[in-house]
Design a protein around this ligand. Structure first.
Ligand code: FES
Length: 255
């Protein structure tokens, strides 16, 4: 067959057009990739909390919900109501407990050497806080060291109260016991929240308090194991706002 004399070759697929299409496709892929990377970065940021924190322990005065300082006599002895405050970061709950005997009189809680069963190491619990001769107030992390249960699962049982599911009957509980109902761990608040029964193999971290000359109480630091689930007591959460000098108690009625 003879080609028409004036027929022109088809130039629609010449290299310049093909290159343009490849370039456009490449740009679309790059743009989609960049968008996906942005989405993933945001999602990962949601999953992995930034390791914000502090470089040293803050000193925070313990106050009530109206901002008034909690005084020694404001805290009931042996109360089954859970008094919680947050320290050293704003999402770290701690018990505030005034220990007493079975008659309801405050006791003086002395220092104690505490063993960490997990590794056999020891540390010194400095004892309770309060006026001379009446250092009855103690504070511990309110996050169970076994698997992280928090109040009301973990809470303080006053003296004379039997603890269901444990060997501790009413007469065994002389100065109060902290018990976690998730899996049965018990801690001794009179002796640095040492482990009484597992499955936990770590005591509750002790929040060190100071009794101030004006009768107020401040949180100063922590000793013992690291708070459950954290690499350091000073990171892994949200610091209090800059310049804040107080931490507020919340009371939880659970008796
Ligand atoms: S989380 Fe408290 S005993 Fe398991």
């Amino acid at each position: 067959m003879v080609e028409p004399q004036n027929a022109k070759p088809d130039t629609s697929d010449q290299p310049s057009d093909a290159g343009r299409r490849i370039f456009l496709k490449t740009m679309i892929v790059v743009a989609a990739g960049a968008a996906l990377a942005g989405v993933l970065k945001g999602a990962i940021g949601e999953i992995i909390a930034p390791q914000v924190g502090l470089s040293s322990f803050p000193t925070l005065k313990i106050v009530d919900s109206s901002g008034s300082p909690i005084l020694f006599n404001d805290i009931p002895v042996n109360t089954p109501t859970t008094w919680l405050f947050y320290y050293p970061l704003s999402n770290d709950p701690n018990f505030l407990i005034k220990l007493g005997n079975s008659s309801g009189s405050p006791i003086s809680v002395g220092p104690a050497k505490v063993t960490i069963p997990a590794d056999g190491s020891t540390y010194v619990f400095p004892g309770g806080t309060g006026p001379e001769g009446s250092q009855a107030i103690v504070s511990y992390s309110a996050i169970c060291q076994h698997l992280g249960c928090v109040p009301p699962e973990i809470h303080f049982y006053p003296p004379g109260q039997a603890i269901p599911g444990t060997p501790y009957g009413a007469s065994d509980n002389v100065y109060g016991i902290i018990h976690c109902s998730c899996h049965g761990s018990t801690y001794d608040p009179k002796n640095g929240a040492a482990v009484l029964t597992g499955p936990t193999s770590r005591p509750l971290p002790n929040t060190v308090l100071k009794y101030n000359p004006d009768g107020t109480i401040s949180a100063l630091s922590m000793v013992g194991p690291t708070i459950y689930g954290k690499a350091s007591n000073l990171t892994g959460g949200n610091p209090f706002p800059k310049g804040q000098t107080t931490t507020t108690v919340t009371n939880t009625n659970e008796a």
